[in-house]
Design a protein around this ligand. Structure first.
Ligand SMILES: *Cc1c(COP(=O)(O)O)cnc(C)c1O
Length: 365
């Protein structure tokens, strides 16, 4: 059986160092907002080429806190991709604002900059661009539209740690970015974790205060905040894993390149990589009108696959109150019906990649 992903083996490679830092944190007697978080924030900001990083509890909270810090809430609209993981939308509704979906480009599956302006109203305050599957969204036109309409741009970089857009790292491209360190993400903790990155010092300070009960000085509360902190222990684990992220990304790129070459002569629609971007292949996602049959055949051959994602946010019962109907966002709906994610990860061996390729080819023989 070739697993879809292999988090256990990714972390096993770091077992000795993870145990060492566990001891270090245990012995320190200091478990919240200490040296590990502070150091990780510096290291991660440097990695992203951003001036500031703030460790937070998870990716959803990272996005939510950015919106809160800008006082985006009830009565405001935020443009989101129609094709994304639901957490992007949840951040908006959590803040009390309304998500306004915009359809993706067929090729990259990322938000289509050419469709954004039609969705802007006097209530629009921000655009959330998601770097879906690890490929950066087309940020230059998005930033230009935002500048023209005086909007904030948030990158949802939960799937794209280290991805490059025109030579610049995600997390430094918009006005702020939210990252997730959920165990299955490219940089994963041993539990939940997240970060906000930004070059805006004022925003950084506000997010930091909001994430810690709205307080800068213990028991002095300036604003009604939240408890959305990153643990010392998770920060210490992330510090162990960050230095090898680029090596792991290289391995993901090799696997993606092998898949791309091998599947050229199949009927599958392969991922399109736009000029000027270097994805980090959080997921390798193919498309087929007969997706369910393909998945079934691969399962029979012992190849683990997943669907990211089976139901678009606008058709989830959770968002019935927004009143969207089937057919409202046909590109996203078609993508959700056709996508299949193949095994991908830095611990995959050549023989496993070959086996996946053979299994896919067998379906079309
Ligand atoms: C994982 C993910 C999130 C949420 O991150 P959590 O840490 O799980 O809260 C947000 N957006 C996208 C695109 C994601 O993949």
């Amino acid at each position: 059986m070739i697993p879809f992903g292999d988090i256990k083996n990714i972390n096993k490679r770091h077992a000795r160092d993870l145990r060492t830092v566990f001891e270090r944190v245990l012995e320190s007697g200091w478990y919240i907002l200490g040296k590990e978080v502070q150091s990780f924030e510096q290291e991660f900001a440097h990695y992203c080429g951003a001036a500031h990083a703030i460790g937070v509890s998870n990716g959803l909270d990272a996005l939510h806190l950015i919106l809160r810090a800008w006082h985006i809430g009830a009565g405001d609209e935020v443009i989101v991709p129609s094709n994304t993981y639901i957490a992007t939308w949840l951040a908006v509704t959590y803040a009390g604002a309304t998500p306004v979906p915009v359809e993706p480009e067929e090729g990259s599956c990322n938000i289509d900059p050419d469709r954004i302006e039609a969705a802007i109203t006097p209530r629009t305050r921000a655009i959330i661009a998601v770097h879906l599957y690890g490929q950066p969204a087309d940020m230059d036109p998005i930033m230009a539209i935002a500048a023209k309409h005086n909007l904030k741009v948030i990158e949802d970089a939960a799937q794209a740690h280290g991805a490059l857009y025109k030579g610049r790292k995600v997390g430094s491209l918009g006005h702020a970015a939210g990252f997730s360190f959920y165990p299955g993400k490219n940089l994963g903790a041993l539990g939940d974790g997240g970060a906000v990155t930004t070059n805006d010092q004022d925003l950084a300070q506000k997010v930091r205060v909001l994430a810690n009960y709205g307080s800068q000085q213990k028991y002095h509360n300036e604003v009604q905040g939240f408890n959305c902190r990153l643990d010392e222990l998770q920060a210490a684990f992330l510090r162990v894993k960050l230095p090898t992220l680029d090596v792991e990304t290289e391995r993901r790129r090799e696997i993606a390149a092998r898949y791309q070459a091998a599947f050229q002569d199949t009927p599958l629609v392969l991922p399109t990589v736009k000029a000027g971007v270097e994805p980090v292949w959080h997921l390798y996602v193919v498309r087929s009108p007969k997706r369910d049959v393909l998945q079934q055949r691969l399962t029979e051959q012992g190849v683990g696959t997943m669907i990211h994602y089976p139901i678009p946010p606008h058709l989830q019962p959770a968002y019935a109150d927004l009143g969207h109907q089937r057919g409202d966002f046909p590109i996203a709906e078609r993508i959700h019906q056709q996508v299949l994610s193949l095994p991908m990860g830095p611990t995959m061996e050549e023989a496993q990649v070959t086996a996946v390729i053979e299994a896919v080819k067998a379906v079309y023989r």
